[in-house]
Design a protein around this ligand. Structure first.
Ligand code: DAH
Length: 344
């Protein structure tokens, strides 16, 4: 662009040079020189104003385009791989030695979650992931935990400064699952979902407790749903997982989100109830379950006088520990290769 008016041509040269050095190139549009040129328009005799004004506008436009185009250039720089395990600018010979990718394998928990998901899908269930950061509504309130109710204390949750919660159970998904599928329910098709995902609790760690572990949550809502269906579904699901016939046993329990609520146990897959080192007395408690509380259905927008449902929730690690006779839950998160290699 060549400017006929010398004053503007000079300013153009100065400003273009400056633009090249600016970190934020658009700042050139705030330059005092440009502002002065605009101020000057008003002071000129009327016959000079139009031509002068036109060139100042052209200059502004040119600077704007230059600032924009250099912005695009910046974006087209090589992207940074934020998942790279080291700074990619480090010279090749200084980079850490990594295991070849063909030496890696799926984590045993992920493998077992895939097996559980596969069984659920063969039983007609959808598989849905949960979230790793959630809120009070999904963690407690929508699950019928009254405000300040002591039942909240059973879940020692991690919380961010802003009040978000690292979910302590996969039940956080119940409200979302049910409310999102209300139409499906009204069309006569029951809701049937499995949620296998990671959960977090501020636990004292020992062989049976980890701060980070996994749960599988079943949610079923339809017409005339009853406890018999819940028990039959769980029996089938777990027999498929352990690959053998199991006996089942329940005892009454309390969860705010189910009524009635049960603790659910299966006969030990190792000793068939004879009693052994794995189970102690022949039975293993492996999850909690019950009929979904009417308030939970109501809060998800479903009329509990028309529909009922069941739900269950239990630890994935617990199932895997029973299946492979693993005696300490902390192995899973330890990153110990000799433990992990057993599952390759
Ligand atoms: N969320 C419960 C827990 O982590 C487990 C549970 C019990 C889930 C009963 C359910 C249920 O869906 O019906 O302690």
């Amino acid at each position: 662009m060549s400017y006929k008016i010398a004053e503007i041509a000079n300013a153009a040269e100065v400003l273009k040079k400056r633009l090249a050095k600016l970190e934020n190139r658009a700042d050139v549009l705030k330059a005092i020189e440009l502002r002065a040129l605009y101020e000057e328009i008003k002071t000129l005799p009327p016959e000079k104003r139009a031509a002068f004004g036109k060139e100042v506008n052209l200059l502004k436009q040119e600077l704007q385009e230059l600032a924009e185009s250099s912005k695009q250039k910046e974006v087209s720089k090589d992207p940074i791989d934020v998942t790279a395990p080291f700074d990619v600018n480090v010279p090749t010979d200084k980079r850490p030695q990594l295991l070849a990718s063909d030496k890696g394998s799926k984590h045993p928990i992920m493998k077992e979650i895939e097996i559980l998901s596969d069984i659920a899908q063969r039983m007609g269930m959808e598989v849905v992931e949960s979230r790793h950061l959630d809120d009070d509504w999904h963690m407690f309130t929508s699950l019928n935990f009254p405000k300040d109710h002591p039942a909240r204390d059973d879940y020692d949750t991690f919380m961010t400064m802003e009040g978000f919660i690292a979910p302590a159970h996969t039940s956080t998904m119940q409200n979302r699952i049910i409310s999102a599928r209300k139409k499906q329910l009204e069309a006569g098709e029951p809701i049937s979902v499995l949620v296998p995902d990671r959960v977090f609790r501020n636990e004292d760690l020992d062989a049976r407790h980890e701060h980070t572990f996994h749960q599988h949550e079943g949610v079923y809502v339809g017409k005339d749903v009853h406890v018999g269906q819940l028990l039959a579904t769980l029996k089938t699901f777990l027999q498929e997982y352990f690959g053998k016939e199991l006996e089942i046993k329940t005892q009454p329990f309390y969860f705010p989100f189910t009524e009635p609520s049960f603790e659910f146990a299966v006969s030990c897959p190792f000793c068939d109830k004879a009693g052994c080192k794995v189970c102690g007395e022949g039975w293993m408690e492996i999850l909690g379950c019950g009929l979904i509380h009417p308030n939970v259905l109501r809060m998800a927008g479903v009329d509990p006088t028309l529909y009922t449902g069941f739900a269950w929730g239990g630890g994935v690690e617990r199932l895997v520990m029973v299946k492979y006779n693993i005696d300490d839950v902390r192995y899973f998160m330890s990153g110990k290769l000799d433990f992990l290699r057993q599952f390759v």
